[in-house]
Write a protein that binds this ligand. Structure first.
Ligand code: KG4
Ligand code: ZN
Length: 346
């Protein structure tokens, strides 16, 4: 990587390099003025984790150490830029896996220091919300946001990029985690979200099977461990009466599970928006890629005055572009980081 000294630029026009290493991905992106994505390069270690049925932090961290410099170089190259064109580096400093986050944060700090480029730190979950600003104009503050990822499920009231109030979250498993665990119970492999979505779409929906997400005790809270256990008991009882669960039954279980989850996410998020008189709902995180979820939110929005926004599917999973996007807004607000930047794991 060529290192040269940065010359100051107008924050509204400058190029921002976003770096994301909170879980198994190593991602770097360059965005230009008005949030235009010039490049978004992601190296994922997902294939190395598949056989373990979940992310192994040590494997993720080693791959990130090997790939961070190359991924950033690639992002700059695809954007047709060098470091001296970059006006700001935005890096995820939490929540996530400590080893993985350290790779991105330490890399960003050293490039920032040696090239004289300002640095800002970004919360990964808030970054998922900001993935929406990469593709949509006309979002009105304050708005309600639902984060549905592999590690978190929360509803926020967002006043501004630096003022996000968590209204509720999950009491146990995250929504993506529930997809992953149910896929494991059904023998469908990892990650569970995309495969459950595919199998659910193959069901006629007419089996009569129903699951429920247990009440989480609060109006905007979630609980997904009960439904996972209900699927487990159901599958165990089927296995007791026969050797293998037929493929059609697996599809029906995937369908019933997904319907319950999507219904709960929509009920709670629309309740939060309407209670607080919020006109827009933004959804973000890996589960936001789910087509059934997108359809249900759009269906409900069509019946109300609430507008719903989802990121483009390529920006639902972890990516550097969303980090660059939120980083720019935070920087405009004066949020800066330096050599002292540490991790915020929770
Ligand atoms: O946001 P993300 O990339 O990583 C975290 O920050 O956790 O989310 C990953 C999660 C996984 O649990 C995965 O199963 C889920 O997102 N996911 C989906 C879909 N694609 C990914 N869940 C439901 N439907 C999908 N199409
Ligand atoms: Zn994420």
């Amino acid at each position: 990587m060529t290192i040269s000294r940065h010359k100051g630029r107008d924050i509204f026009l400058m190029y921002v390099l976003g770096i994301e290493t909170s879980c198994d991905e190593t991602s770097a992106a360059v965005i230009g003025g008005a949030g235009r994505v010039l490049s978004n390069v992601t190296a994922s270690s997902l294939n190395l984790h598949r056989k373990y049925g979940g992310i192994i932090p040590e494997i993720a961290f080693r791959m990130q150490l090997d790939s961070i410099a190359g991924v950033c170089d690639c992002a700059l190259g695809e954007a047709g830029l060098t470091l001296k064109d970059i006006g700001l580096i935005a890096v995820t400093n939490g929540p996530g896996l400590a080893g993985s986050l350290n790779v991105g944060v330490n890399f960003a700090k050293s490039v920032s220091f040696s090239a004289g480029i300002p640095l800002t730190a970004v919360n990964h979950l808030h970054g998922h919300i900001y993935a929406n600003f990469l593709s949509h104009r006309g979002i009105e503050f304050p708005f309600a946001a639902l984060i549905v990822s592999g590690g978190h499920t929360s509803i926020y009231r967002v006043e501004d990029c630096d003022r996000m109030e968590e209204m509720g979250s999950t009491a146990d498993d995250a929504c993506g985690e529930a997809y992953d665990k149910v896929a494991k119970i059904l023998g469908l492999g990892y990650p569970g979200g995309p495969v459950i979505e595919r199998r659910a779409a193959l069901s006629s929906g007419g089996s009569g099977l129903r699951f429920n997400c247990s009440a989480a005790g609060s109006r905007y809270g979630f609980s997904f461990s009960g439904i996972k256990t209900a699927v487990l008991y159901h599958v165990s009882s089927l296995k007791r009466s026969g050797a293998r669960v037929p493929a059609g039954t697996v599809n029906d279980i995937a369908y019933a599970f997904q319907e319950a989850v999507v219904g709960t996410l929509a009920d709670k998020t629309f309740a939060a928006a309407s209670d607080r008189h919020l006109r827009d709902i933004l959804v973000g995180g890996g589960v936001a890629a789910n087509s059934r979820l997108r359809r249900e939110f759009e269906r409900r929005a069509a019946k109300t005055r609430i507008k719903v926004f989802f990121p483009e599917k390529r920006f639902c999973l972890d990516n550097g572009a969303m980090i660059a996007c939120l980083g720019r807004s935070l920087y405009r607000k004066g949020v800066r980081a330096g050599a002292e930047l540490g991790l915020e794991l929770d």
